[in-house]
Design a protein around this ligand. Structure first.
Ligand code: ATP
Ligand code: MG
Length: 435
């Protein structure tokens, strides 16, 4: 991509309600823009990052044997009446009417619709297990949409649902999804923790959440420093007011609190703040029974499906990467999430030698399928450099004054170090860095 042709409207202006770095930098860097409360447009850079995350999620799920589908975003209210959730979902579920006065909802989640899809299509124990997922728009009329992509009203979620002939098989799939989620968040380059969680309005027994650790996280966790154990405080403190009070506290306050709690290995638990990016539940037969979804077991007897459900906040992940990876100048993307790996900066576009080298490297890197952007704009060097820092390309090749000595500089966004490289070696050096 040539920067002169790209639609990347960067700005110095910080949205008045943007308190989190991810919210500020994603808007300022021209990744997203707000359409209304909790409603966001993805501009070209934001769309690239979103798609990269979607692809990693899909890749790992497909490898684990899941099937991707895409359900209608609008669902008839009848399904929700049958499960009883038309009552319990409350105002978060947005209801709409069509011209014939029929009631529908904008999907906040899709247990009912998935059960309806499988019902009467998966008939025998021989067809089980089956795990279906989609990466699709959700709408939740959140009471307090805030923090940019963190808590939107319209957002992108991966929601998966598995169907089994026995509890044991459902638990096996739950564990498989736990390890698959770990692979996904590791590939994304995130520092995360798996914690015991409350099952909330969706209902069910075993439930685990995946949290990206960040001081700005809305959730409070207690984690063991010696072993893997961690829990959302919702599972530790019974009093809801106490949980809310702890969630309101900032990380610095929290760390000062004395924690007498111990866990499984006997060591002390520590408070951490986390951003919930994934949630897996063992549902049992709640939904299959409510919606009368059965299969024939080995003895030909009808039995309700054992189910589990698995969510990932795909759009929330875009913000989570930045919440964990930024500095005062802007975004620092991880290798798997960067919108472009390499930015070639022609410092002075009027200098034909600089331009020629920039164009040459641009073609060479493109030929190697390196995701590269060429900053061929007429603007000043300082302005272009600030833009590159704000957007957060992992590497910028600066073609500038050093060219007179046969050298360019490679700027590493994470370390902010600039290294001089001979022009004969720059291509191989960059290839080494992006591998
Ligand atoms: P939260 O506690 O943050 O409100 P939740 O527990 O209601 O989330 P789930 O029903 O578990 O959410 O949904 C699966 C995933 O979808 C969550 O783990 C989260 O990453 C993401 N998610 C939920 N609500 C939102 C939202 N309003 N905006 C962006 N992502 C969201
Ligand atoms: Mg959840």
């Amino acid at each position: 991509m040539r920067r002169s042709r790209a639609f990347i409207p960067t700005t110095k202006e910080v949205p008045s309600d943007a308190t989190l770095p991810s919210h500020q930098f994603l808007v300022r860097g021209g990744f997203i823009n707000q359409q209304g409360a909790g409603l966001y447009n993805y501009l070209p850079l934001g769309k690239i990052v979103l798609e990269k995350i979607r692809r990693i999620v899909k890749d790992e799920l497909d490898k684990a044997g899941c099937n991707e589908v895409q359900l209608s975003f609008v669902t008839p209210i009848g399904l929700w009446d049958t499960s009883g959730r038309a009552e319990t979902m409350g105002k978060e579920m947005l209801r709409i009417k069509d011209r014939h006065d029929n009631d529908f909802v904008l999907s906040p989640t899709n247990e009912e619709a998935m059960v309806a899809l499988v019902k009467n299509r998966v008939k025998s124990y021989k067809d089980l297990p089956v795990n279906l997922y989609q990466i699709n728009t959700k709408f939740r009329d959140e009471a307090r949409p805030r923090y940019g992509l963190m808590r939107g009203r319209e957002f992108l979620m991966k929601d998966g649902y598995s169907f089994h002939s026995s509890t044991e098989d459902m638990v096996r799939e739950f564990e498989l999804m736990e390890s698959t989620y770990k692979k996904i968040f590791t590939r994304l380059g995130l520092d995360f923790r798996v914690v015991e969680a409350d099952s909330g309005a969706i209902g069910g027994s075993g439930s685990k959440e995946f949290h990206v650790l960040a001081d700005s996280g809305e959730d409070t966790l207690m984690v063991c420093e010696s072993c893997d154990y961690g829990a959302n405080i919702e599972t530790i403190f019974e009093d809801e007011a106490e949980v809310d009070a702890l969630n309101e506290k900032s990380y610095e306050e929290l760390v000062a609190l004395d924690t007498a709690k111990k866990c499984s290995c006997g060591s002390d638990l520590f408070f951490k703040k986390g951003i919930e990016v994934g949630h897996i539940f063992q549902l049992g037969t709640n939904y299959s029974q409510a919606l009368d979804a059965k299969f024939n077991d080995e003895n030909g007897k009808p039995k309700a499906f054992e189910m589990a459900t698995f969510g990932i906040g795909v759009s929330r992940l875009v913000a989570s990467v930045i919440e964990q990876n930024h500095d005062e100048s802007g975004c620092i993307w991880t290798k798997e999430t960067a919108p472009y790996m390499v930015n070639i900066m022609i410092s002075n576009i009027k200098d034909s030698e600089q331009s020629e080298l920039g164009e040459k490297l641009y073609k060479e890197l493109q030929n190697e399928n390196v995701e590269v952007i060429l900053d061929d704009r007429k603007d000043r060097f300082g302005f272009k450099m600030k833009d590159a820092e704000l957007i957060g390309f992992p590497y910028t090749i600066i073609i500038g004054k050093e060219l007179a000595n046969g050298a360019v500089q490679i700027y590493d966004r994470r370390t902010t170090e600039k290294t001089s490289v001979n022009i004969d070696e720059v291509f191989s050096k960059v290839m080494e860095l992006v591998k």
